[in-house]
Design a protein. Sequence first.
Length: 169
Amino acid sequence: IASDSTIVFGSSDANLYALHPNGKLKWKKLLSGTLYSSPAIGIDGSIYIGDNAGLVYAFDSSGNEKWRYQTAGSIFSSPAIDGEGTIYIGSSNGSIYTLNPNGTLKWSKSLGAIIESSPVISSNGKIYIGTEGDGVNITPKIFGLNKDGSIYWKFDTRGNIISSPLIGT
């Protein structure tokens, strides 16, 4: 997709759209729920996106569905993909899901609060992601995770983390 400048985006009408650079429709796919997630592209050209029905999808560059994976919550987070093609995505059920390139679960980790923040992956494989709080019992946090999903630090914030972290150089 990147090589032919196709524009891919999701919509609240539950469609994933692909447009030619001139704005003409290339293809569209109706998914199971509204798309708040932004799509991500893998090294092989696969397109990944999640919907609010809790599904994570993989499509090839022609719009053919390769696989789908059901999480236990809505997806507002956008996927992040590491150099090995592993897909990381947060869910409203409070878990980060890590999927192999073939759509099978590698691991999931409950972070105890709603995740709308999109994960970022550092060059050394560390994953960073934020959560939301409930204003009573759950404090919003940003987490540093190892590649196996273990938490190596967490930082409490006073406000919900909806945006994605940025890793400086």
